[in-house]
Design a protein around this ligand. Structure first.
Ligand SMILES: CC(C)(COP(=O)(O)OP(=O)(O)OC[C@H]1O[C@@H](n2cnc3c(N)ncnc32)[C@H](O)[C@@H]1OP(=O)(O)O)[C@@H](O)C(=O)NCCC(=O)NCCS
Length: 223
């Protein structure tokens, strides 16, 4: 079976409101439809990367290719786990967790978006919290980093609620102009001290070697 060769297909993060997991082929289609409908208010440009700004059809295809690319290019030293987010069985958005040199650095980065009709209902906070649970409780991370443009109030607020602290700024050329990104960092001790909703992780143990971690399950912990 495919899952025997790609056990990440069996990894699930379950919260009282959401389920996060790799999408099946058809679910990836649903995610692409959602991206085509809109990932943010037309007046805003919250992403540094350019594909969310493409016309709807191209954006949807770019999303599908990005998912396939991340699975195809996966290595323990450079991975991106692109999880579909489900609420009441319906796909509502995407939560990525990625890392480079994870076995040494133990640091993850996150990226997320919701279909625009699902914004502002607390889902973004819950899905990031689930990703953090996988990182800290499941994979033994020491740090999680994030970043958002100065005017991305929702993303910055989600980070603030989950305990991230300022980690400086970064000046970047985006959309042809200088743009300031606020860098944020959540250390393990802050995550442990922050109040959290319960998250259950299933199917992780057999995935650990893909993250460059020992396969004995020592990293898998439940609240
Ligand atoms: C960022 C994103 C994932 C957050 O998800 P969400 O479900 O909308 O976020 P939540 O509802 O959990 O939390 C948003 C918080 O921002 C606050 N907020 C949003 N707009 C605000 C505003 N204009 N002023 C003050 N607070 C604001 C909300 O009140 C809420 O905080 P609260 O719980 O303390 O009230 C989602 O908005 C999104 O997909 N945005 C477009 C893509 C994006 O920006 N991705 C991140 C790239 S770095």
């Amino acid at each position: 079976m495919l899952i025997d060769h790609w056990p990440l297909l069996g990894l699930r993060l379950i919260t009282p409101r959401l389920e996060l997991r790799l999408p099946t082929g058809e679910e990836l289609g649903d995610l692409a439809d959602l991206a085509a409908e809109g990932m943010h208010d037309p007046g805003s440009r919250p992403f540094l990367v350019s594909w969310p700004g493409l016309p709807p059809k191209d954006r949807a295809r770019a999303l599908v290719q990005r998912h396939w690319r991340h699975r195809g290019d996966w290595s323990a030293d450079d991975w991106s786990l692109d999880l579909a987010v489900f609420a009441d069985g319906q796909v509502v958005g995407q939560q990525d967790i990625s890392a480079r040199d994870y076995p040494v650095l133990r640091e993850v980065s996150t990226f997320s978006w919701l279909g625009v009709r699902h914004h502002g209902k607390g889902i973004g906070t819950h899905m990031r919290a689930a990703a953090l649970h996988l990182a800290f409780a499941g994979l033994g991370a020491t740090d999680a980093i994030s970043g958002a443009f100065d005017d991305n109030i929702s993303s910055l607020r989600v980070s603030e609620k989950l305990g991230y602290q300022s980690d400086g700024i970064e000046r970047l050329a985006a959309h042809g102009q200088v743009t300031t990104t606020r860098r944020l960092r959540l250390k393990r001790d802050r995550w442990e001290a922050t109040e959290r909703a319960p998250v259950t992780i299933t199917g992780l143990t057999r995935c650990l070697p893909l993250f460059g971690l020992p396969a004995d399950g020592r990293q898998e912990r439940h609240p």
